[in-house]
Design a binder for this molecule. Structure first.
Ligand code: FES
Length: 93
C-alpha cells in the first residue's frame, strides 16, 4: 500500500485516494467546506489547503490525489502559511 508523510506521520492510503481521504483514514481532520462525500469534487473553496513538499503552490487536499513519490510525499496542513491562507479565504467568503 502506498504511503505519504503527513505532518511527520507516515500514512498509508488506497491507490486513487485524495490527500483528504488519506488524512481522514489516519484520523487527521483537515477542515472542508465545499467537499461533501455524495457530491462531485469541485475544489472551489480552498479551505482544505495543504503544503506539499516539492510543489510551489498550496494544494486543495480534497481535489489533489495522494501520490507516493520516490521519496514519499510530505504534506503539511498546519503550517503558518496554510493557516494564513485558510483564514484569508474564510474572511473573504
Ligand atoms: S473543501 Fe473546498 S476546496 Fe477542498
Amino acid at each position: 500500500m502506498p504511503t505519504l508523510t503527513l505532518n511527520g506521520t507516515t500514512v498509508a492510503f488506497e491507490p486513487g485516494a485524495t490527500i483528504l481521504e488519506a488524512a481522514r483514514t489516519a484520523g487527521v481532520d483537515i477542515p472542508t467546506l465545499c467537499w461533501y462525500p455524495k457530491l462531485p469534487i469541485v475544489g472551489n473553496c480552498r479551505i482544505c489547503l495543504v503544503s506539499v513538499q516539492g510543489q510551489g503552490k498550496l494544494a486543495a487536499a480534497c481535489a489533489t490525489p495522494a501520490t507516493e513519490l520516490e521519496w514519499q510525499s510530505r504534506v503539511q496542513w498546519s503550517t503558518l502559511l496554510v493557516r494564513k491562507a485558510a483564514r484569508t479565504i474564510r474572511m473573504n467568503a
